[in-house]
Write a protein that binds this ligand. Sequence first.
Ligand code: PEP
Ligand code: MN
Length: 361
Amino acid sequence: MVVDVELEPLSFEGDLFSKPIFMAGPCSAETEEQVMNTAIPLAEMGIRIFRAGIWKPRTRPNAFEGVGSEGLKWLQRVKKETGMLVSTEVANVKHVYEALKYGVDIIWIGARTSANPFAVQDIADSLRGVNIPVMVKNPVNPDVDLWIGAIERINNAGIKRMAAIHRGFSSYDKTLYRNVPHWQVPIELRRRIPNMPIITDPSHICGNREFLFDISQKAMDLNFDGLIIETHCNPDKALSDANQQVTPEGLKHILDRLVLRDPDIKEELMLTLAGLRDQIDKLDDRIINLLEERMQVSEKIGGYKKENNITILQTKRWDDMLKNRLRLGSMKGLSEEFIIKLFRSIHQESINHQTSIMNED
Ligand code: PEP
Ligand code: MN
């Protein structure tokens, strides 16, 4: 199950990057002044990697699509005057050549591009023989194999210094987040490629400033390797993603409050934890048995509906059921989001069981 990806540490000129890696800078480079006014305070507070979008993949035409190559000169100035490393997004071969020409230190592949294997392969081919670190954002859809595929394409082109960026996933449903985090996806990525650094992008997950700290803390609690947070000298006036950007002081306020925990479990903690994990295993066992029982009842219902020629889906019943489970769940401290997901999935499984009964000869 473990995917073989050959990696080297994210080091720069012998200087090993220690965890956590903090990257910050505006969503987009807009003007030389805005870039410098953002970069200087970030460098002063110890940020070592500056981010800025030069070419912006926008959902609708006529939105601000980035300043293009001109902005790369501003990144060169950031590098020269602050000593920070500079990074930007590339979405095609032309972007790669321009970024390399202007000495960009790190490039990343955006979420829309990671979802397209042809585009990723073109970028990978253009990077053959180039020694630049590449970060791969998760594709817009929660497909861990597609994410791994993009990572493999870049790695197979000889790129060894890599990281994955978790920026959340699009969803039709309105949720608290702009892009639903689905933490299981980066957790699965870690299981499949254990040595791949994972950097969390709270800005694109949240879409607002309000939850940036919570998502950042959660990333640290999950032992991910760093954060990339959009930072702008005047966020409200930003030409892209204004709602989610923070000022350099705002970023400092977030980073200063972060609690960094120990990923290694000490002996005495291990015992307590083992006891609790044992309880969890037993409870999960009971949940599975209960689900088995529940599906057996569903199958009986399926048989009854078949005999009487009734449709499987009874919308009113499903609606009443969900309302009732939501009420019960909230009394037990279970979030609405969780109950909806859980019962949608149980309901779907019941439908599948009933469908197979209905169509049995
Ligand atoms: C960005 O980092 O500004 C960006 C466009 O991100 P994503 O590819 O995650 O949407
Ligand atoms: Mn952005």
